[in-house]
Design a protein around this ligand. Structure first.
Ligand code: SF4
Length: 571
């Protein structure tokens, strides 16, 4: 089934900030952690927070202890004061954009203006904003019918709940201004909401139906479904992939997928992937076969292993090693290590790529056995090259197996090597470069060109792994995994990848221009520029589609191989 994902969907800035604050608080020790009311309107996230020990405080007790997180919707100032007086430490996760509306309500009502708030009656954000205005100076308007009963006398301002529909707000404020001209309009609708709604309209134009993913209580999710229906298309609201009616979906040719601001990426991806996997009645057989093949390559780690094989092939051509066993040793080693690590470390994968985890778990015995055979086969091949290659591969294999296993002595904060901040990109880059460059030629005397190629390959794999970590950031953050992206943030990681890709391209070029190692280093130029392009592509506001993006990242190794083969042919 053809699926088009909305370019803007999932956690908005305010929700992501609130969830991050709650997750950080839950990592902070033994003190109880609460959210004042449900943090966001999404059952998957609430269930996750519950598992992490973050409980919901529905009423403020006379006395209490621990931390209380105020959700992104905000609260009236009186609630915050009562929480503090009860003895809680309060973490205010009110979205800065909601704070701006609260401040406007406070400022204008204190100056004697009426505040007319366009919003949904009873919504926590509305309750919070009204609580910031002077007593009795804020009036809620939730329909065109309620405009007539306003009875305004004197100056007033019109404000909007941040998730209101633009068209509806324009209509309401136009009606009010026609009736009571002495007013001023502040369009306080969040641009994130606006862009989401525009994207839902665009999807409704191009798709036959649009699946809207989000909690049933989420106002902005319901509004997205309403927009799709206003455009004359079918809107299918679901909370998770379990709500999908596959029979109904099969009758559409093209399905759009969008989601409310409180829907996590892992839920959106699961829904999108389930729809993709649903055979459509109009879908040609070749498309179904192609999709299943691509998905199998991705979920079985064969795609990653092929990338490792391509790196070894490129190194063998550049350094004059024999292609056999260099390519199979690298392919088998990388296949085994990635499969075993994914089987051992399934916690973050359950959020980042749940379908892959489900696939691996379903065929656990097969993949476990296949990994052991791959390890043995690669060791036997390495032994055929000599004792040194065998020993080196054995060390790399032990490191690879113990990377995710709890081998660090009890009593220390970190349990496994994978828990060391930023360790994954470093370990993976050294292992890939060593197995593809050093192991095949380890029996030969030392050559400087091998060291140079090892360093360039290491840097290349490091940048590739940092890009992959960007795909996994949401799940890693949830389970508290300290990846490079978590340690330095998404923006800095992207900057590091860009700078690294440019530095790698320039280093390769200069080494070749200076006559060092002939054409070999410059072969990294096209592949580095590809990584640079991907870093820009990743920074666009789009949902991380693991399947497609992982293939794009791994294709960098085939670009490298192609460059090496072409350059070696030209000499
Ligand atoms: S939708 Fe906008 S205002 Fe509301 S929480 Fe998200 S970023 Fe903040």
């Amino acid at each position: 089934m053809k699926v088009e994902l909305a370019r803007i969907a999932g956690f908005c800035m305010g929700v992501r900030r609130a969830v991050d604050m709650a997750l950080s608080a839950s990592n902070g020790g033994d003190r109880p952690v609460y959210t004042y009311g449900p943090l966001i309107h999404n059952p998957s996230v609430l269930a996750l927070l519950d598992v992490r020990g973050v409980k919901v405080l529905r009423h403020i007790p006379a006395c209490g202890e621990g931390m209380v997180i105020i959700r992104a919707h905000g609260v009236p100032p009186g609630d915050k004061e009562r929480l503090i007086s009860a003895g809680f430490d309060v973490i205010d996760a009110t979205c800065p954009r909601v704070v701006k509306v609260q401040m406007l309500a406070r400022h204008y009502s204190a100056k004697g203006f009426w505040c007319v708030l366009a919003g949904d009656r009873g919504h926590p954000e509305v309750v919070g904003i009204m609580g910031h205005a002077e007593e009795g100076r804020c009036i809620l308007v939730d329909s065109e019918g309620s405009v007539g009963a306003l009875g305004l006398s004197g100056p007033y301002v019109i404000l909007a709940q941040t998730t209101q529909d633009e068209d509806r707000f324009d209509r309401l404020s136009g009606l009010i201004m026609d009736r009571y001209p002495d007013g001023r309009v502040f369009n306080t609708i969040c641009d994130s909401t606006h862009r989401r709604q525009e994207e839902a309209r665009r999807l409704a134009m191009t798709a036959d139906a649009v699946v809207v993913v989000g909690g049933r209580q989420s106002a902005n999710t319901r509004r997205l479904a309403g927009i799709v229906e206003e455009c004359g298309k079918t809107a299918i609201a679901v909370e998770t992939e379990d709500d999908l009616d596959r029979k109904r979906l099969a009758g559409f040719r093209r399905i759009g997928v969008t989601a409310g601001a409180s829907t996590p990426n892992w839920v959106i991806n699961k829904v999108a992937r389930e729809i993709e996997a649903t055979p459509g009645v109009f879908e040609p057989v070749w498309r179904r076969v192609a999709y299943r093949s691509v998905r199998f390559l991705h979920e079985s780690s064969l795609c990653t292993a092929m990338a490792g094989g391509a790196l070894a092939w490129a190194a063998a051509v550049a350094l004059g090693s024999s292609l056999v066993p260099a390519i199979p040793v690298s392919f088998l080693y990388i296949f085994a290590m990635h499969t075993l690590n994914r089987l051992i470390d399934r916690e973050a994968g359950a959020y980042n790529d749940p379908l892959r985890v489900r696939f691996l778990v379903r065929h656990k015995s097969f993949f476990f056995g296949a990994s052991l055979i791959a390890i043995l086969a690669s060791l036997v091949m390495a032994l055929g090259l000599g004792f040194r290659p065998f020993l080196m591969l054995l060390i790399l294999t032990c490191l690879g197996i113990f990377y995710a296993a709890p081998v660090i002595p009890a009593g220390l904060r970190r349990k496994a090597l994978k828990d060391l901040p930023g360790s994954k990109a470093l370990f993976v880059s050294i292992a890939w470069a060593a197995v593809s460059v050093i192991v095949p030629a380890a029996a030969r005397p030392f050559e400087p060109v091998r060291l140079a190629w090892f360093a360039l390959a290491c840097a290349f794999v490091y940048l590739r792994t940092a890009l992959m970590e960007l795909l996994d950031v949401q799940g890693d953050r949830i389970v508290g995994k300290e990846s490079l992206v978590i340690a330095i943030g998404e923006a800095k990681t992207l900057q590091l990848i860009r700078t690294g890709a440019v530095a790698l391209a320039i280093s390769g070029l200069f080494l070749s221009i200076l006559g060092q190692f002939s054409w070999r280093p410059v072969a990294f130029l096209p592949a580095s520029l590809w990584l640079y392009y991907l870093s820009r592509f990743f920074s666009g506001a789009r949902i991380r589609e693991n399947l497609k993006l992982e293939f794009m990242v791994e294709s960098g190794f085939f670009i490298l191989l192609f460059s090496v083969v072409v350059m070696s042919a030209w000499g």
